[in-house]
Design a protein around this ligand. Sequence first.
Ligand code: NAI
Length: 781
Amino acid sequence: MTVKEIFDSMDYGPAPESVAEALAWLIDQGDRFGHFIDGAFTDPGDGFESRNPATGEVLATLTQATQADVDEAVAAARKAQPKWARLGGHGRARHLYALARMIQKHARLFAVLESMDNGKPVRESRDIDVPLVHRHFYHHAGLAQLMDSELPGMVPHGVCGQVIPWNFPLLMLSWKVAPALAAGNTVVLKPAEYTSLTALLFADICQRAGLPKGVVNIVTGDGAVGEMIVGHDGIDKVAFTGSTEVGRAIRRVTAGQAKPLTLELGGKSAYIVFDDADLDSAVEGLVDAIWFNGGQVCCAGSRLIVQEGIADEFHARLRARMDKLRIGDPLDKSIDVGAIVDPVQRDRIAQMVAGCRAGTVHQVNAQLPAQGCFYPPTLITGLEPSDPLMQEEIFGPVLVSTTFRTPAEAVELANDTRYGLAASVWSENLNLALDVAPKLVAGVIWVNATNLFDAAAPFGGMRESGFGREGGWEGLRAYLAPDRKTKPLARIEPFAGNGADPEGIDRTAKLYVGGKQARPDGGYTRAVYGKNRAVLGEVPIANRKDIRNAVEAATGAAGWARTTGHARAQILYYIAENLSARADEFAHRIDAMIGGRKGADEVEASIRRLFTYAAWADKFDGRVKGVPLRGVAMAMRAPVGVIGALCPDEAPLLGLISVMGPAMAMGNRCVLVASEPYPLAATDLYQVLDTSDVPGGVVNILTGSHEELAPTLAQHAGIDAVWSFSSTPLSTRIEADSAASLKRTWVNDARARDWMGPAGEGAEFLEAATEIKTIWVPYGE
Ligand code: NAI
């Protein structure tokens, strides 16, 4: 092309990135890779080819891990872990810093290899993925350095099993490996089968940077290998990023295995444009929202929700901008949209779009490369919120669009999804944007921006987008547990009676639902006997219908989440005051139920605990993150919603208060199933709640069989989190049953907790009662 021709067309000339170094590295490795176990590459075994999706050419042959390989990797990680933890925060910080420096030094090699393997434009891998990767290692070197002083009493889990997807292969590796290592864990990681090369280059870097052997182990292969890792007996913690379907399968496989789990899954994130937005910026934002990485982004702004009055104008500007996108060779530095990772994914996208019977489809008319795996940027306008493509994750460069009239309608449409990963809000009126942001059910919200990421800013979803956060102190916590010895919790059976007829009892307790005493749906009650076998009273046997009523009442009390921490504190103090006035009565009741004379201590501890949570109600704050971008990220704490809990059996009053206190303090509503063997202190508490200004529905208390009620709690779509401190071993059941709706669970794995001591309260409870919502706002220059 001559200079004159270039001036005539104003077209881009070719700007190819050299692949020589990446090819040299592959050749140096022999083009065939084994796994990276215990600090060395194993001999290549039977496996599969890794291809460049833009050309179809084979880049390398990878090994499909066997069970023996996974066992070996887990054993290496196990062996290395105690020594790695003993290095201390500073020792680990030095290693993480060394890794950060090495990645930075080889940044171009990583970027080119990533683009060859995944098909993403090298402009993205060079300017976004890889810089975020070394930033992640630097940031976590810092967290490791500070954690001994900032997080005292926390210890690593041990060996982490980590499975990652193909859309940001190296970046997802860094999100998994850096916090795990910083916290003192060792890892066994499996990259996605389409994109394992940068993970193997990272393994090479670990070797060269002198990382102790066994600290990082990388095994390659498909989903079967992922399954071997997450279900492995030697794995203490599981972290996964990928599809919601596989996330759900992992929840089921790991149910009852006492493995903390974080899941970062799919999304269908809303991109809301108000009529007062800077439309050109919002159009440009969409390029980053849905055409960044070909839309193969879990938090892609894939659902455009645009205000009716500007919709035509906005779509017209968008189509004009789309038609200018350059699609082609990912290794050309001026390409906007590269290849789709694999023909399987491309065909999936094409099928979904072909199946769309509604709306108007616009696809860019640029010439796609003759070979390779490409799909044109696509806009589908005029869809209804219920159309399948408005609900299903396409995971490709396809934007769907609908319109709204009022801010309230925008919020309703945005939240009309089973996912809850991210959302963008565009308006020049920050009052409006900041009014809308808290109403969106999403873990990450960008105001007048989109797809911003930083190592300090927690990232993760709500609803079926998964649970747990990655990034910052909040993400680090997922790799740590309180340093506590536990012992098995034996099942506590109710005392049997002496044969006396309970009929003579004048007072039968009821359930407490919606602020009122309610008869059980089934109409059955059971007698409660004391240690001396005398009958103490009768309690209802709640069934699934009663749970449903309680959830309905809790749902109706949603206003509690909007009260101030100060108001919630006052009510908690008031409960404590009223409990204190009846302390003797409660103490006698506890003594009569359990036997012994510890009742007074338990009541005193309960009052103290209510004070603790009244104190926390307006103090468990989020953090503002000074991210290296034009803005700040506010990691706010939001209530989880409705918490269903099986209260501790062994401490009939204190156990219930220990669950109710943090839940209420943080703005949640709760459905509490009282201690099964000793339920009467809970039923006595109704009157205390009634006289303490607790709004109806905020606390609902049921009595009955934990075993029977647990599945209903775990399966109920109106419950956002299930906690179990029951002495009946229900962890497996609850975790498996929660998989369908991917609700948050916190179970005791039949381990005992000392409710009187520090293990009975504090940050662990407050964290379980909150979700982090990261809101990015423009701020400063
Ligand atoms: P996937 O969820 O199957 O793969 C992600 C990772 O999980 C890979 O490393 C895979 O080998 C592994 N894996 C697969 N089955 C497993 C199992 N049973 N146990 C443990 N690990 C397992 O994603 P896939 O099939 O590659 O993509 C399908 C769809 O998933 C995409 O079209 C997209 O909608 C979604 N997806 C979402 C991602 C996200 O970041 N949220 C990332 C990748 C895919």
